[in-house]
Design a protein around this ligand. Structure first.
Ligand code: PAF
Length: 284
């Protein structure tokens, strides 16, 4: 099925107003493009659960700090359109930084709790950019349901917090991480990895397997878990750990003991590529 590409905010707003007036339900997957199976799984779910399935492809400059990979971020637009069509998407919204953030733009969303640990420490302006973009995209697309992947677990929690705090009339649906057969979590940034780095990156999911088996052996001290995971990852020459942390999966608060739903979250630089991954352990 052919998807329609809509390139301006004005056109997209008009389209979603008409769809809502006709009583159509709208499912939405916000993306920065470079679509992989993780994104496509969200699109297929959106397709199955809504009358109309919309995606956005917008590499959002406000979530990149100076020196990060905004310029290099892959933008294979023709390929993305084809993949989205195959996943049953009806409308593809593309816009530009100039249209989203015109001269004089000065309003941003700042969440002050769940965005503080993990990625918020080393990328202090990242979630401000993400939440601002997600709020704006929701205002433009006016979806009933928005789909996010749990690889970006902290992003899911931050968006859920914003939706609740701002009384937004939208349902946030978080969906399981999609992995390669060998366990590496899918990410648009995996294309940056050389063949040897790709191999070394497998230590990241392996460290999460290790965490899971330590917990099943009875380990309940977060420091022990983190130390063992650190030991494993530092064996890799190209790896530099950004963080390895265990937090409450519910609200990302600090925990003293591995109990209940625990998020084990990892961010590691493999050469010049920063990869994140996580696992939620339900610990009795
Ligand atoms: O997860 C992403 O791709 C981005 O953070 C998002 C949600 C599209 C906002 O720019």
């Amino acid at each position: 099925m052919k998807a329609e590409v809509i390139e301006t905010i004005r056109e997209m707003v008009g389209r979603t107003q008409r769809l809502r007036a006709k009583g159509k339900s709208i499912g939405f997957v916000p993306t920065m493009g470079a679509l992989h199976e993780g994104h496509l799984s969200l699109m297929r779910r959106s397709r199955a659960e809504n009358d109309v399935s919309v995606i956005s492809i917008f590499v959002n400059p406000t979530q990149f700090a100076p020196g990060e990979d905004f310029e290099e971020y892959p933008r294979p637009i023709a390929e993305d359109v084809r993949k989205a069509e195959e996943a049953g998407v009806d409308l593809i919204f593309t816009t530009t930084p100039e249209e989203m953030y015109p001269t004089g733009y000065s309003t941003f969303v700042e969440e002050e709790r769940v965005t503080r640990p993990l990625c918020g420490k080393t990328r202090p302006t990242f979630f401000r950019g993400v939440l601002t973009a997600v709020l704006k995209l929701c205002q433009i697309v006016r979806p009933h349901r928005v789909y996010f992947g749990e690889k970006d677990f902290q992003q899911c929690r931050a968006v859920q917090r914003m939706v609740s705090d701002f009384h937004l009339d939208v349902e946030i649906i978080s969906c399981p991480i999609v992995r390669e057969d060998d366990g590496l979590a899918l990410s648009s940034r995996n294309v940056y990895l050389s063949a040897s780095e790709r191999e070394e990156a497998l230590t990241i999911p392996k460290s999460l397997d290790l965490a899971e088996s330590l917990v099943s052996e009875g380990v309940r001290d977060p420091a022990v878990l983190v130390a063992r995971m650190t030991e494993l990852i530092t064996e890799i020459p190209s790896a530099r750990i950004d963080y390895i942390e265990t937090l409450s999966a519910d609200d990302l608060s600090t925990i003293e003991r591995l109990q209940g739903d625990v998020l084990v979250a990892v961010a590691v630089w493999i050469g010049k590529t920063r990869l994140i991954d996580n696992r939620v352990l339900a610990i009795g």
